[in-house]
Design a protein around this ligand. Structure first.
Ligand code: SF4
Ligand code: SF4
Length: 304
């Protein structure tokens, strides 16, 4: 059973994507993540509640936001306008800002609202063998919403995919993974200390859950973001590919070269961007890493 009135927090619905699963897809991005990867291209996804974005050059200094915030999370003094630790994402400040300098990302939606929107493109999914992909953030962090969303999507005849960090309880994996036609599982590095240093958490749970997910998934793609200074070296890629070769139901491994597309969002969130000035790894290196993966008998694709 599923309830289309189940609510979740969504921060973007992206149409006509040709990535993150087969065919033409709609990507539904969910708020909240257990990790805080230094290269994250969706930093606004990390907080579980709606996030305030501040465009400094649009601010006229009226002070409405400071006076209206029920959490006293806004100040005209200091380097940052918003104290994101105090902010609860109520949106009052953005609603009283006369210039749009403050805006919110993330809102509560029901399963029905999401799927009514997703199904507007049903004809394109049918023609291209596409469908719905859940992304984030970490979709498994909103298990009731995601389970209801996927059950309802299946009832509406949609192909389903999900991008995941793999971090969830075994019970959540059992509930959600069998509802997916394709699972896109991130394995960022095999080395736990490196994982913790660059994402905020050790990877023990990720690797353990990868074994469970590989048994529950119909079709599993391993995704490796290729990140300078972190894992863009032969030893790291070989270790991930070797681990992947022991998993069940792996159809391919995707290498996703680093890009800085999300950089501008860091300034709107008043956060420092660790990867400022870093470049995409050279094509020669990427091809070499692809060869390492293929030498272990796994199909390797560059990109999503
Ligand atoms: S969203 Fe609400 S809590 Fe957060 S800064 Fe704005 S008014 Fe304050
Ligand atoms: S309400 Fe908007 S324009 Fe006024 S001080 Fe706050 S951010 Fe600036």
């Amino acid at each position: 059973m599923f309830d289309e009135n189940t609510q979740g927090t969504v921060f973007n619905i992206q149409k006509f994507s040709l990535h993150d699963g087969p065919g033409i897809r709609t990507i539904v991005f969910l708020k909240g993540c257990y990790l805080s990867c230094k290269w994250c291209s969706n930093p606004e996804s990390q907080k579980f509640t709606p996030s305030v974005m501040f465009e400094k050059k649009q601010c006229v200094g009226c002070g409405n936001c400071v006076r209206s915030c029920p959490q006293a999370a806004i100040s005209m003094e200091g380097s940052n306008r918003v104290d994101h630790d105090k902010c609860v994402g109520c949106g009052t400040c953005a609603s009283v800002c006369p210039t749009g300098a403050l805006s919110m990302t993330g809102k509560t939606m029901t399963v029905k609202e999401v799927l009514d929107d997703v199904c507007k493109d049903a004809v394109h999914y049918r023609r291209s063998s596409g469908g719905l992909t859940l992304s984030g953030g970490e979709p498994l962090a909103q298990p009731d919403f995601v389970e209801a969303l996927l059950r309802s999507a299946k009832a509406r005849g949609l192909h389903t995919a999900m991008e995941t960090t793999g971090i969830a309880s075994p019970a959540v994996l059992e509930r959600v993974i069998p509802l997916l036609d394709v699972v896109l599982l991130d394995i960022k590095t095999f080395y736990s200390k490196q994982h913790e240093k660059y994402t905020g958490l050790a990877n023990d749970v990720v690797l353990k859950n990868a074994l469970t997910i590989s048994k529950l998934a119909k079709n599993l793609s391993i995704r490796v973001p290729l990140i300078p200074e972190f894992n863009a070296d032969e030893q790291s890629i070989k270790a991930i590919a070797t681990f992947a070769s022991y998993l069940d139901n792996v159809t391919r491994l995707h290498i996703l070269p680093y890009h800085n597309f999300g950089q501008s969002k860091y300034s709107l969130l008043e956060q420092d961007y660790y990867y400022e000035g870093f470049k995409t790894p050279p094509q020669n290196d990427i091809e070499k890493f692809k060869g390492i993966v293929e030498s272990l008998g796994i199909e390797c694709v560059i990109g999503g």
